[in-house]
Design a protein around this ligand. Structure first.
Ligand SMILES: O=C(O)c1ccc[n+]([C@@H]2O[C@H](COP(=O)([O-])O)[C@@H](O)[C@H]2O)c1
Ligand SMILES: Cc1cc2nc[nH]c2cc1C
Length: 350
């Protein structure tokens, strides 16, 4: 496993918000000729058309973005982005912030759930600690990050994605990060605060009330930023969320399909969607988290989760669990016999 503390300042791709905005607005498209080729083969395979349900669509999605009519999953990367949060001083998480660094060590020594799930999925796992795990500012009174801090974090995420990948899965670790995730969701979709605020790592009712109050205060403080998705991400997000946003943007520029993880990961890429309604076409949502706001967020973002397992761990765990599903989909598409090869009669009427 590679682990980085990601504080280098040289040749970062985004020196200004307008450079980042331009990269979000001008995005490559998938190759629709590939989906036609894949659909043609799918129709010849020894099963009623459509009978493998979403597995069929997943093969087409992988192929369109990889630009391969026989998509592959040789180079699969899970990267955990770790960061800390100034809002934790308001008691929004039951865990102390030093658990973020302790879990980073646990990832490095292969003791965490994601280490087992990544190995099972035959995926490479890296961890990147943002800002040396120094926390964001308390966003109830200041932007979570300065413009430079935000751009650096986005740039580090962007640069972390190697162009040769077949699939990229961002994960995250950050005590307190369900609060910025809920704040971003509420800032972009409104509704009632309590729709977005859940127990995270297990906070009690009083803690959930504190989280809601913190978010309400933060939105009042940053109301002037709410019409600009990048300023919202800078003001209400976090280092690891910004890095995830940058990484998912990079994957798009390299035509790499992405599996999104849980509530925090989904909220992290929401600014991309708000800037460009096609920005997440190269992604699929691996699972629906048990965290309260995730189902609503997925619906608002028109993301249809592949798995419902009651997970609420983060680390990229849901994405890791969906990788074997993608491998199964590819195995069927590439290795099944056609009707002709297996001498099976085709259907006689429609
Ligand atoms: O992925 C999810 O949906 C998810 C839901 C709840 C908690 N988490 C993880 O728990 C941590 C944040 O929870 P909290 O209570 O400290 O805000 C962070 O490290 C996340 O990876 C993750
Ligand atoms: C132990 C622990 C492991 C985690 N993994 C992701 N978030 C986490 C939060 C805690 C508290």
């Amino acid at each position: 496993m590679q682990s980085r503390t990601a504080s280098q300042k040289t040749t970062l791709p985004f020196q200004t918000l307008s450079a980042l905005r331009a990269a979000c607005l001008s995005l490559p498209e998938s190759d629709h000729n590939i989906s036609t080729a894949i659909a043609k083969r799918e129709a010849k395979l020894t099963k009623p058309l459509g009978s493998l349900g979403r597995l069929e669509e997943l093969v087409s999605w992988l192929g369109q973005w990889q630009k391969k009519s026989s998509p592959q999953l040789k180079h699969v990367q899970i990267t955990i982005f770790a960061g800390n949060h100034g809002v934790t001083k308001h008691g929004v998480s039951p865990w102390p912030s030093n658990v973020t660094a302790q879990m980073v060590e646990n990832f490095k020594s292969k003791g965490a759930a994601i280490n087992q799930l990544a190995a099972h999925a035959q995926a490479n796992l890296d961890v990147i600690s943002l800002n040396n795990l120094k926390p964001t500012a308390d966003f109830t009174t200041q932007p979570a990050m300065t413009e430079t801090e935000f751009l650096d974090a986005v740039s580090i995420g962007f640069q972390s994605v190697s162009p040769n990948l077949d699939l990229f899965c961002p994960g995250e670790m950050g005590i307190g990060n369900t609060t910025p995730a809920a704040a971003l969701s509420y800032a972009f979709f409104g509704g009632k605060i309590h729709h977005w605020v859940g127990a995270g790592t297990g906070i009690n009712k009083a803690g959930i009330k504190r989280k809601s109050d913190v978010i309400s205060q933060a939105l009042q403080h940053h109301h002037h930023t709410l019409n600009d998705p990048l300023l919202v991400a800078q003001s209400l997000g976090g280092f690891e969320l910004a890095a995830i946003m940058g990484a998912v943007l990079a994957a798009r520029h390299h035509n790499i399909p992405v599996l999104l993880d849980g509530f925090i990961c989904t909220a992290a890429v929401l600014p991309l969607l708000k800037l460009n309604s096609k920005a997440l076409d190269h992604t699929r949502l691996s699972h629906c988290s048990a965290e309260k706001g995730h189902q609503r967020l997925a619906k608002e973002m028109a993301l249809n989760p592949l798995l419902h397992l009651g997970l609420r761990l983060g680390e990229g765990s849901g994405a890791a669990l969906a990788i074997p599903l993608l491998r199964a989909a590819l195995a069927c598409h590439t290795q099944m016999a056609t009707f002709e090869e297996a001498s099976i009669s085709q259907k006689t009427s429609s």
